[in-house]
Design a protein around this ligand. Structure first.
Ligand SMILES: [Cu+2]
Length: 279
C-alpha cells in the first residue's frame, strides 16, 4: 500500500482553503448593517464561510488526488481491492464534523444570548400582522397606533411583541438581521437595538397568500426627539379587535351577527373559515 503524502495534501488544502475564504469574503453578502446585532451575526456567518471553505478544499484535494493517483490504466479490467471498512478512519470522519457542529452551535448560542439580552430602558412595541398589512401599537404612548409605518428611536432597544391576526407571517428587517415568525394564537418576541438613522423596510418573509410579495412596511429609525414628535402626532388608539386573540375576535363577530339576526349572512361559518361559494 502506498503511503499518502500527508504533508503535501494538508498544505494543498490550506492553500486552496485560504484562497477560497478570501474570495468568498469579498462580496458584501448581507448588505448594510443597521442594528447592534448585525455585526455579531455577520461575524458568525463569516466564520461559517471560512470553515466551509476549508472543508470544501479538503474534499476537493482528496478527490483530486484520488482521481489522479489511482486512475485506472488503459485496458485494466480487473476489480479493485476488496476493502471492508476502516474503524480509525470512520472515527476520525465522525469526530471532526461533531467538533465543528458542536463548536458552531456553542458559538451561535453565545451570540443569540448576547443579542437577545434585554435592556432596562427597552421600549415595547406591538406589531400586528394580517393579510397583507403591518400595523404598530405603542403601549408606552397611550396605546396609539400607526398603519404601515414603524418609527423607532435610534440607539434604544425595541422589544417587538409580534402578533398574527389570521395566518403565519414573519417579521424581517434585513439591515437589522433579525427575523421572527408571527404566529396566530401566540405572541412571539423580537429584540432589536437599531443603531443607524435611516429608512428601511419590513419584509414579510413567510408565504402568507396572494399579496405576500407586497406585504411590506416602512421603518423609520430617527433621533429620540423626532420619534417623540412623531408619536405625539398619532391620534388613534389600537382598535380593540386587534388586541383580541383569533378566538375572541371570532366570538365578537358571531355575537354581532346574532344580534343582527342573520347567521351565515357574512360568508363566515362557525369554524371561522370563509365559506363563500367558490364555484
Ligand atoms: Cu407574507
Amino acid at each position: 500500500m502506498t503511503r499518502l503524502p500527508y504533508l503535501k495534501l494538508v498544505l494543498a488544502t490550506l492553500a486552496f482553503g485560504t484562497v477560497l475564504s478570501v474570495v468568498m469574503l469579498i462580496p458584501n453578502w448581507f448588505g448594510e448593517e443597521g442594528s447592534t446585532a448585525a455585526p455579531e451575526i455577520d461575524r458568525l456567518l463569516d466564520v461559517t464561510i471560512i470553515l466551509s471553505s476549508y472543508i470544501f478544499a479538503g474534499v476537493c484535494v482528496a478527490l483530486g488526488y484520488a482521481l489522479i493517483k489511482w486512475r485506472v490504466k488503459p485496458g485494466d479490467e480487473s476489480d479493485g481491492l476488496p476493502i471492508h471498512g476502516n474503524t480509525k478512519l470512520e472515527i476520525i470522519w465522525t469526530m471532526i464534523p461533531l467538533v465543528i457542529v458542536l463548536g458552531l452551535g456553542a458559538y451561535s448560542w453565545i451570540v443569540l444570548d448576547d443579542i437577545e439580552a434585554k435592556d432596562n430602558d427597552a421600549q415595547i412595541i406591538n406589531v400586528y400582522s394580517q393579510q397583507f398589512a403591518w400595523t404598530f401599537g405603542y403601549p408606552e404612548e397611550g396605546n396609539k397606533w400607526s398603519e404601515g409605518e414603524l418609527h423607532v428611536p435610534v440607539d434604544r432597544q425595541a422589544i417587538f411583541k409580534l402578533n398574527a391576526q389570521d395566518v403565519l407571517h414573519s417579521f424581517w428587517v434585513p439591515e437589522w438581521r433579525i427575523k421572527k415568525d408571527n404566529v396566530p394564537g401566540i405572541t412571539t418576541e423580537a429584540v432589536v437595538t437599531p443603531d443607524k438613522i435611516g429608512h428601511y423596510q419590513i419584509v414579510c418573509t413567510e408565504l402568507c397568500g396572494f399579496g405576500h410579495a407586497t406585504m411590506r412596511a416602512l421603518v423609520v429609525v430617527e433621533s429620540e426627539a423626532d420619534f417623540a414628535k412623531w408619536v405625539k402626532g398619532l391620534s388613534q388608539e389600537v382598535p380593540q379587535t386587534l388586541e383580541l386573540t383569533a378566538d375572541q375576535a371570532l366570538k365578537v363577530e358571531q355575537e354581532a351577527q346574532a344580534k343582527e339576526g342573520g347567521i351565515g349572512g357574512s360568508g363566515v361559518d362557525e369554524t371561522g373559515k370563509d365559506n363563500v361559494d367558490q364555484s
